[in-house]
Design a binder for this molecule. Sequence first.
Ligand code: ACM
Length: 302
Amino acid sequence: MRDEGQRHYTSASRKAVLPVVERLNGLLWYPTLYEGFEFSPNVLYTGATPNQNSVQLCKLLMENFGRRFYFVGSDYIYPRESNRVMRELVHSNGGTVVGEMYLKLESKRSEFMPVLRDIADAQPDVIFSTVVGESTTFLYQTYHDFGLNPKCVPIASLTTTEAEIRAMGFDVGEGHYTAASYFQGVQTERNSRFVSRYRERYGDDEPTNMCLEASYFQVNLFARALERTNSLETSLLRNSVMGAEFNAPQGAVSINPLWGHADVWARIGRANRQGQFDIVYQSPTNVKADPYLVSHGFGHDR
Ligand code: ACM
């Protein structure tokens, strides 16, 4: 998530290419978690949507830290829309949003100083971050410089993966939370094989993360669909993949035929000193995609 590719994985990029993909009747496999509230017959969505990450995260944060949330995000569609959803969740469960700030995607480290000052003034219980890309590092480092304590006021995110934690420093990331379908530490046999094969190929220091796992399982789903159809025709491929299941590193996933979104697992991890996430919550099964939040109460884990 941290290299030049970061701009291409965003919802802003997806929204930009969508009209072209639709006009040419192509099929876009989109592996990034996103804000939901989208459907296209030309897109298959394999990252989590808010009912598969934000709902569970909001519940855990409210139960463990408190009701006063501060939102900080990069200034584009995913953070603004994710915060709209998170605000609704916070309000409907008796919480308040005590501050909200947006910074441009390529913000420098110094630009996070005023944000942290504002956070210190607002005294939230939790900082919900939708900062993405390189500047993620600067948010956490500036937080660290301010001497704040993640045991009292953690940063909670949907996009801070093992890759960002490595970039910011394990000591800086320690104690902060991320909600994701996949962490390198997921205890499945499939994942142990996935991680060791990835290391053999890219080196022991290269962690796996949620984006590459979704990319991996969607390529496998694509390959199997292609074997069945023996054709690149969009409607044939799409029909073939509807309801398809795959034993992914995160666990069993399937493509929900109602929405063309994946039913993925909901997990919450707390970063540890080794740059990995200790999993503090895991859904009992994969969670049915509900990109329009038709039913998303705190009790809806399935
Ligand atoms: C995102 O822009 N979908 C993280």
